[in-house]
Design a protein around this ligand. Structure first.
Ligand SMILES: [Ca+2]
Length: 288
């Protein structure tokens, strides 16, 4: 019995992990009752490069040869992707884990020029929201660089990630912005490595007098190191169209208001995993 139990645990990985994709399918077809990939723009699963090395598959975001090219991968917390949220699971808390790779430009075989996101503007890094997206506040973070955003000095070629918590769509305003940022996400010492990105997003709850408790959270870790945590988000009651109690989907990377410096920049992503109960352990594999 003990041996069977150990085998079961090994095969099952972690019970709290609801979805995992190493992209060995060669596309975005993997899905289950809890998760599915959605709309894609200038993004593909490629072979011959992955977190495992110059083999296997991973996701390649193509930021193109023109300024501001959109490169985006959407997802849904549900069995089929949709834009209405009708089939989504409305999880009030979500944990995501994935690995990203910014090329140095010197890889062999070549995987793209040196990834440099050098402008002080809003370049999408991550978003998580209820559907339809146009109706509810978005959680997320964007690349920023320059005065007024980051803490400490920022050398040429670096980029930081700052939280945009509870951003209401369509208004152009950000209701709450954190004051601490991830530095060192993208610089000469960190290119050429697979870096672990983790997110925790929690909707705020409704208080007993019908008011938003203002306790929504967005937290980011990079290689297990806490980067920022915004813990006072209003996202339950104070929406344009009424209460929202969970997350339905989101997207990885996305619109780039400022160009990546080098034409033809690629960014890579692999070993994506999702849980709605706790942080996803490193051991999660393709058995899920
Ligand atoms: Ca892979």
């Amino acid at each position: 019995m003990a041996n069977l139990l150990m085998l079961s645990r090994r095969r099952g990985s972690d019970a709290s992990t609801l979805f995992f994709d190493d992209f060995s399918s060669g596309d975005f077809s993997k899905s289950n009752a809890n998760f599915s990939w959605g709309g894609r723009t200038n993004v593909a699963v490629i072979s011959g490069f992955s977190r495992a090395g110059n083999t296997g598959q991973c996701v390649r975001f193509n930021f193109g040869n023109t300024a501001n090219q959109l490169s985006e991968l959407r997802f849904c917390f549900g069995p089929t992707n949709d834009t209405t949220g009708a089939t989504a699971l409305h999880h009030p808390e979500v944990w995501l884990r994935y690995y990203i790779y910014f090329p140095t430009g010197n890889e062999s075989p070549f995987v793209g020029p040196k990834a440099v996101n050098a402008n002080a503007s809003n370049n999408k890094f991550f978003r998580c929201f209820a559907l339809p997206e146009s109706d509810y506040p978005r959680y997320g973070a964007s690349f920023y660089r320059g005065a007024g955003y980051g803490l400490g000095s920022v050398a040429v070629g670096d980029a930081e990630v700052g939280p945009q918590a509870g951003q209401y769509p369509g208004t152009g305003t950000v209701s709450q912005v954190g004051t601490s940022y991830s530095s060192g996400l993208l610089n000469d010492s960190t290119r050429g490595q697979w870096r672990k990105v983790e997110w925790y997003c929690k909707r705020s709850t409704l208080g007993d007098v019908g008011l938003d408790n203002g306790n929504g959270v967005i937290t980011m870790w990079l290689d297990n190191v806490l980067q920022f945590s915004v813990t006072n988000i209003n996202s339950y009651e104070a929406t344009p169209t009424g209460p929202v109690s969970g997350f339905d989907g989101g997207y990885l990377f996305g619109a780039q208001d400022a160009a990546w410096t080098n034409a033809g920049t690629y960014v890579y992503l692999d070993d994506f995993a999702y849980s709605n109960t706790r942080r996803v352990p490193d051991s999660v594999g393709s058995s899920i």
